[in-house]
Every structure is written in structure tokens, then in C-alpha cells.
Write a protein that binds this ligand. Sequence first.
Ligand SMILES: C[S@@+](CC[C@H](N)C(=O)[O-])C[C@H]1O[C@@H](n2cnc3c(N)ncnc32)[C@H](O)[C@@H]1O
Length: 248
Amino acid sequence: MSTVGSDASLATSGPSLGSGEMFDRIARRYDLLNRVLSMGIDHGWRRRTADSLGIESSERPEVLDLATGTGDLALAIARRHPRARVRGTDPSRNMLAIGIEKVRRARLDDRVSLEAGDAQEIALADESVDAVTIAFGIRNVPDRRRALAEMARVTRPGGRVAILELGEPRRGILGPFARFHIRHVVPQLGALLSGAKEYRYLQRSIAAFPEPEAFAEMMSAVGLETEVVPLTFGVCNLYVGRKPRRAS
Ligand SMILES: C[S@@+](CC[C@H](N)C(=O)[O-])C[C@H]1O[C@@H](n2cnc3c(N)ncnc32)[C@H](O)[C@@H]1O
């Protein structure tokens, strides 16, 4: 594994790094699109994720941020936890290049490193990190069960896996408005701003994501005691999975 800013850190390898290709095409506009499409709320959701890790009392916590993209969650975690070391990985070279520059400008390159990697095959030893995070990334991973099993594998007993993902609120008065926003506004505005058809994919992938209860079940199946925290009326959900400590 290489460190921030080196050319080697952008080398892609491994079986399914091709899934980052779509994000390579939209990388330059990604941050702007995020702000516009979520109306700026996405920063607050990432801060909630950083708050959920339970690492405050650790001396030197190690955090792995999968599908780190342009690094916003990795940066939010480093700012919230000044003693934490954050390693972000993603298969998209172009997303990582923007993230690496943001880390450098934030002067956090002593604690945040970004490098190529696939959530389905994490290049870390068993039980080697205090927390694993992934924001708006799990729905892009072809084999979600395998990725969840990998997250549980690398997390230390007592550590946490925090997953942030958009949803389609099906109930409540906000449901129809949120669905309209995701199904029509997001792809139209996304295509207009980025010139890419890829934002149609965003809408389809959100609609195809399992219901919160079903996804929490998948996390429980890999041994994580999971709680679902709906954010902004369920437009987004934060899934916090705790890896049980071993009985002594
Ligand atoms: C919507 S972006 C999220 C980026 C960032 N986490 C954020 O909060 O803005 C989704 C990311 O998932 C990445 N991705 C796609 N396939 C992946 C895989 N198999 N493993 C890990 N990340 C993947 C993409 O390259 C992209 O950067």
C-alpha cells in the first residue's frame, strides 16, 4: 500500500477495479454535483457518520474509509478525531486524484492517505482497524455480501462498521417528494451539470438498493450487531454495525 500523493498510490489492480470507471468519467464534477443534488445536506450526513465510530477514547485509532472517492468522509473523520489515522481506498483513479489534492490542501496528509482498492477484497490483515466506513459506496459494489464480510473481517472486536447510504423513503409525507427528486430531478440535473448519462445510473441504483431492514439483516448476517439511523426522513440511512468483543 502506498501513501498520499505518490504515483504508485493511483495504480489500479485487482479483480473488479473496473467498477470505478464510471466514476472516473464524472470525477471532475462530482463534488459540485453532490452539493447541488443533496442541497448541501451531505456534509451533515458525513459528520453524523464520523460521530458514530466510537473511537473517541482510543489513543491512535485506525479507520478505513472504503469507496472514499474524493475523500470527503476521510477528511470529515480526520477533522472530528484529531488522533485518528484514516486510510481511504477506491478503485477510481480520477476520484482519488482529486481527493489526494484536497487532503494536501487541508494539510492532513500526515494522517490521511488515499490509495487504490476494492471493497470486495480489502488488502489488510484480520482485525487490524478500529472502524470501517463507506459513504454512498456500498450500492456500487457488485458483491455486497462479500464486501460486508470483508469489513467485518478487518474490524477489531469492539470496533464498528458505519455505512451511509441513500434510500427512497417509501412512507411518510416526504416520500413522494423525495422519490420525485431522486427519480426525476437528480438524473436531469446531474446530466445537465455533468454532461454525463451516468446520473441515470444513480437514480436506478438508489431505487434498487434493499429496504433498510433488509440491508441491516445483511450486516447482521456477517456478525455485526446493527442499528439503522434514518437521516433527513430516511432520504439517507446510517447503518452502524458493532463487532462483538470476544467473551473472556
Ligand atoms: C458516490 S461515490 C462516493 C464517494 C465518497 N465516499 C463520498 O462520500 O462522496 C461512490 C464511489 O464508489 C466507488 N466504487 C465503485 N466500485 C467500488 C468497489 N468495488 N469497491 C470500492 N469502491 C467502489 C467509486 O469509484 C466511487 O468513488
